[in-house]
Design a protein around this ligand. Sequence first.
Ligand code: SAH
Length: 234
Amino acid sequence: MTFGTVGIIGAMKEEVELLHRNVRVTGTRSKAGIEYVTGELHGKQVIFCRSGVGKVNAAVCTQVLIDQGVDCVLFTGVAGALDPGLDVGDIVISTVCQQHDMDVTALGFPRGVIPFQEQSEFAADDRLVGLAVSAGESLFPGRCRTGKVLSGDQFIASRETVRELRETMGGACVEMEGAAVAQVCAMNGVPFVIIRSMSDRADGGAPDSFEAFTIEASNRSYRLVESMIMRMGE
Ligand code: SAH
């Protein structure tokens, strides 16, 4: 499978740190306050950027990246685990993404449903998911799984909210950008996958866990993305 140019997004500096270290940079450009770095990673053409936190930043960033001609978009970063079977460090590879804070329930729409729109769950590209799964199985055996990624403009740090999200929407993990990236990719017909390593369990201990494990989890996610890049074109 050959994707000509691969777009890679992280939200925070920890999530793009190893990209800065490993990509052989050929150029940079700025748009809407975000810097896009063009270069080569293991011989593959990439453009990477740090979107900033939250759905609006992620949406703008994804559209600008797509306008620069990327053939697919990978997101690399950290998330809070919703599935009790996930440990800190474990990796979720998105099957679908949905906004958990899209809430028009007062008008009778189910939680997470975008009114008057065909689609509210955005499916990742099967080839990219397959590539991520095989990279994950060899790098982190038994520590990777596929699942639904929930996104919203909230840092989730309550067991009660975790239970409610699991019950109403399902979802393996929760973060703040994936569904925005996914929706913009779907609107443009560009394949994507979201890769998230768990920094916390989205419970009362989440702020401390996030603080302690973000760097390590970011690096694990990077390693999986790097391995996907190396496997592209094989
Ligand atoms: N950089 C700031 C804010 C981080 S917000 C700080 O250092 O405090 C949390 C980031 O990590 C978001 O980009 C989000 O996608 C992800 N994330 C990790 N755990 C999360 C959780 N429990 N709930 C929501 N987002 C989470």
